[in-house]
Design a protein around this ligand. Structure first.
Ligand SMILES: Cc1cc2nc3c(=O)[nH]c(=O)nc-3n(C[C@H](O)[C@H](O)[C@H](O)COP(=O)(O)O)c2cc1C
Length: 344
């Protein structure tokens, strides 16, 4: 019997397969489907800082408090209303999700500025969330602010948020930090119980007819798995908090790779949107088969078995691998027969 039990943020899970924040996890029927398909936990779609700050008076009413001041309500994006209908409704979603499924429900907040919205985390805890995921999605576009400034603010935010609640807080990050390893240690020191590597950043496109800047969301591909794979393998050595591997998990083998690198759980959105919620059971089946075929009896046995310090050549995850890769690629092309695209 293969033992899939996993631990994430101090929560004991039936497997390492978690549904990440996305359209499915905001729908109660889909949450039930995900649970039936074997999801070990679910992360609800994010509630955005802007939404909370926009309704500061509402939050004040909810707290019936007055002392802490909220920051200036920043620009509010009406589009968000189509995704989440606001702080009140979000609390209702957490409660309803807890009623509907037995697996852990992780609430998600998306914000980067220090402000009164942080207090909202306590309401999520009271509503029954098992943990909070803080999604640090930001585009550092201000030339006057250095990487050190941006990171210091984010770490302070994490410390404030973790101080606000008793439930564990995971931080979902992008790979775009100048020294990711050091930032990860900073998150650990700031009190995060886990990190989610990585969020996907969506880059806008231009509509060449209307000359508008168009938002563009595409789903991930399996090839994107290699970025979290590298960073999880590197950081498993110095992080003692939980690691969730996210982006590019489309098959059981992908999940196995991230676990071998050192992830405690793997998360999925795109694969489920492509194939439906029930696809999660295929991923579990493939993962179990792979483990059985390769002699792993439990997830805890395989976790980190291929982290940087455990492999024969630890530099394979670093710069040396780049040099090796480009030399072997170049020599393969120099000695290969040219491909003739057109018949003579
Ligand atoms: C339509 C859509 C909506 C998403 N909404 C959220 C969200 O609200 N909060 C969040 O942290 N991530 C959100 N994500 C990102 C996913 O949770 C996930 O991190 C990302 O898609 C990479 O994982 P994947 O390769 O399994 O898709 C969203 C992704 C998609 C495609």
């Amino acid at each position: 019997m293969t033992d899939l039990h996993s631990e994430y943020l101090g929560l004991r899970l039936r497997s390492p397969l978690v549904a990440s924040a996305g359209p499915y996890t905001g729908d109660l029927d889909k949450l039930a489907e995900l649970q039936d398909a074997g999801a070990a936990a679910v992360v609800l779609p994010s509630l955005f800082e802007e939404q909370i700050e926009h309704e500061t008076s509402e939050i004040d009413r909810l707290f019936s408090a007055h002392a802490d001041s909220f920051g200036e309500a920043s620009s509010f994006f009406p589009d968000i209303d189509d995704y989440n209908t606001g702080p009140d409704t979000y609390l209702a979603l957490v409660e309803a999700a807890k009623d509907r499924v037995d697996i852990p429900v992780i609430a998600s907040l998306n914000g980067t500025n220090i402000g009164g919205w942080i207090r909202y985390a306590r309401l999520l805890e009271d509503a029954g969330a098992d943990a909070i995921e803080l999604n640090l999605y930001t585009v550092a576009a201000d030339p006057a602010r250095t990487g050190v400034d941006v990171e210091a603010d984010q770490l302070e935010l994490v410390a404030l948020l973790t101080g606000e609640v008793k439930i564990p807080v995971a931080v979902k990050i992008s790979p775009y930090y100048s020294s990711l390893a050091s930032f990860l240690v900073g998150l650990q020191d700031a009190g995060a119980s886990g990190v989610v590597m990585f969020n996907r950043f969506y880059s806008p496109d231009l509509d060449m007819e209307t000359l508008d800047v168009k938002p563009k969301i595409g789903l991930s591909t399996q090839a994107e798995l290699r970025l979290p794979l590298r960073w999880i393998a590197i950081s498993r050595d110095f992080l003692h908090i939980s690691i969730a591997g996210s982006t590019g998990v489309h098959a059981g083998r992908d999940a196995a790779k991230l676990l071998l690198a050192g992830a405690d759980v793997t998360m999925m959105t795109s694969a489920l949107l492509f194939h439906g919620a029930s696809y999660l059971s295929n991923i579990e089946h493939e993962l179990t088969e792979w483990m059985r075929d390769h002699g792993y009896r439990s997830v805890s046995e395989m976790r980190g078995a291929m982290r940087r310090d455990a492999v024969a050549d630890p530099t394979a995850y670093e710069r040396a691998a780049y040099i090796g890769n480009i030399t072997s690629y170049t020599s393969r092309f120099l000695h290969a027969q040219p491909i003739h695209l057109h018949k003579r």
